[in-house]
Write a protein that binds this ligand. Structure first.
Ligand SMILES: C[S@@+](CC[C@H](N)C(=O)[O-])C[C@H]1O[C@@H](n2cnc3c(N)ncnc32)[C@H](O)[C@@H]1O
Length: 215
């Protein structure tokens, strides 16, 4: 029942976001650098500004230590409000594979990336709820931003995802602080060790993990 309500809310939000992105995309007088900065006016710009104020993607990107050339799986990417920052951080030369169980939100994400001039950096991929859908050995970072609490079984999901990491790769869980205990416990049970954490963003945590070395 909870999942049905969550999905309905998501799709209502997605519909509103479509209109916002559509309005922003009509700003055809923008220069290339203005497009990279995001929509200049309108509700799309306001939504991104509010997200950036509350979620502090600048601090999330800095805590992860993203660099140009990195390959990132942005799991449960939604409409791409965070993905746009991740894509800017890994360009040039990097890639973001944005996954979600909802094709509709990935359509909106695609529009956002085009608007931001980042379409060539981001690949969209619809996945099943228990299937990470990530190819082995490709990713420097698997990013779980406000999504791990949706998993039926965090530990099973993480175990299925770990082969997708490159040697030395990181799994990052960022979420609201009340999900921290379950997120960290799930990661540790899956064989990950916490290597860095940022709790300076009000009400949130950003936890960076690596695969525990074998004993
Ligand atoms: C709260 S939104 C977070 C969006 C974005 N990551 C952010 O931080 O703003 C959660 C997203 O995760 C997606 N989702 C839920 N379960 C998922 C799963 N098992 N695999 C991939 N995506 C999932 C939902 O469809 C939704 O778009």
């Amino acid at each position: 029942m909870g999942n049905v309500i969550a999905r309905a809310c998501l799709l209502v939000a997605a519909t509103a976001a479509t209109a916002a992105l559509g309005a922003a995309a009509c700003d055809s007088g923008a220069t290339a650098s203005e497009r990279k900065a995001g929509p200049k006016v309108g509700p799309g710009r306001a939504e991104q500004a509010e997200f950036d104020r509350d979620r502090r993607p600048d601090l999330v990107v800095a805590t992860i230590g993203l660099r140009p050339g990195d390959v990132v799986a942005d799991v449960g990417a939604g409409t791409g409000l965070l993905t746009v920052h991740v894509a800017r951080a890994v360009a040039p030369g990097g890639k973001v594979v944005a996954t979600d169980v909802e094709p509709e939100v990935l359509d909106l994400l695609g529009a956002r990336m085009t608007e931001a001039g980042l379409a060539d950096v981001v690949e969209r991929r619809v996945v099943g709820p228990g299937d990470p859908g990530l190819e082995p050995g490709r990713y420097d970072v698997i990013l779980l931003a406000q999504v791990d609490h949706y998993f039926d079984d965090r530990v099973a999901w993480l175990r299925a995802a770990l082969p997708a990491l490159r040697p030395g790769g990181r799994v990052v869980i960022t979420n609201r602080i009340h999900h921290r205990a379950a997120g960290v416990a799930g990661a540790e049970s899956a064989g990950l060790a916490l290597v860095r954490e940022n709790t300076s963003i009000p009400g949130q945590f950003v936890a960076v993990f690596q695969v525990k070395p074998a004993d």
